[in-house]
Design a protein around this ligand. Structure first.
Ligand code: NAP
Length: 198
């Protein structure tokens, strides 16, 4: 039987419990053998804000996932030169497994809605099944009205814990408000030690 590999794509600036629950829920719902978290390299669509260095985001992801035997973290995008394209990552992961793998790309629904502006969208949708994770109250009608869901290769997954957001966490740190219980303890310590988001 082919290995079922979840690929959790995100900026993870920082990674939080909403992401971890999303990955766990995807693993259960889609019977995944493993979920590999892939923090992005330098995001090319995010020039409007400073994104923490790939190395900081990679290390926080390692800390957050260390205790789960089914989770791993990949340096593929962190180490790749130039802009991060999901199509390159999916191709490389497929090659690494000699083609004997079913890929499930998990990310936020807002990101998936823009999939037709990504590089090589048709190939992407052939390489992997897409799982779009949403927050409670997310306008699913908007999702249904858009192109991706007409493609049979996209599923939507509702994750109440995604009320937690990286943007809110960064704001909290900047304003000196607590982030305890929103991120794993080790990630909270890392943010403090590295002086992120101040
Ligand atoms: P984003 O626009 O920063 O995030 C969109 C929304 O999705 C945010 O609400 C975000 O919440 C949430 N989100 C992001 N990753 C998530 C995850 N793994 N699980 C659950 N929710 C998640 O999106 P992004 O981080 O830049 O990109 C997401 C993925 O799409 C990355 O792997 C990226 O490489 C890929 N992408 C590829 C292309 C391309 O190939 N050309 C273009 C765009 C995006 P938080 O802020 O709380 O995470």
């Amino acid at each position: 039987m082919e290995r079922r590999l979840g690929v959790m794509g995100g900026t993870f600036d920082p990674i939080h419990h909403g992401h971890l629950l999303t990955a766990e829920e995807a693993a259960v719902q889609f019977g995944l053998d493993e979920v590999v978290f892939v923090p992005t390299g330098q995001p090319w669509m995010k020039e409007e804000r400073d994104v923490s260095s790939p190395e900081h985001r990679y290390l926080m992801t390692v800390i957050a996932t260390a205790s789960n035997p089914r989770f791993s973290v990949s340096r593929l995008e962190v180490d790749r030169e130039g802009p991060t394209y999901t199509v390159d990552t999916l191709r490389e992961l497929k090659d690494q497994h000699g083609g004997n793998v079913d890929l499930f790309f998990v990310t936020g629904a807002d990101a998936v809605l823009e999939i037709f502006q990504w590089k090589d969208p048709d190939e992407i949708l052939e390489l992997a099944h897409f799982i779009a994770a949403t927050r409670p109250g997310y306008d699913l009608a908007r999702f249904e009205a858009e192109e991706p869901t007409r493609h049979s290769n996209v599923s939507v997954m509702n994750i109440p814990a995604l009320a937690i957001s990286s943007t809110d966490i960064r704001e909290r740190v900047r304003e000196g408000r607590p982030i305890r219980y929103l991120v794993p303890e080790g990630v909270e310590s890392y943010i403090e030690k590295a002086g992120l988001y101040r």
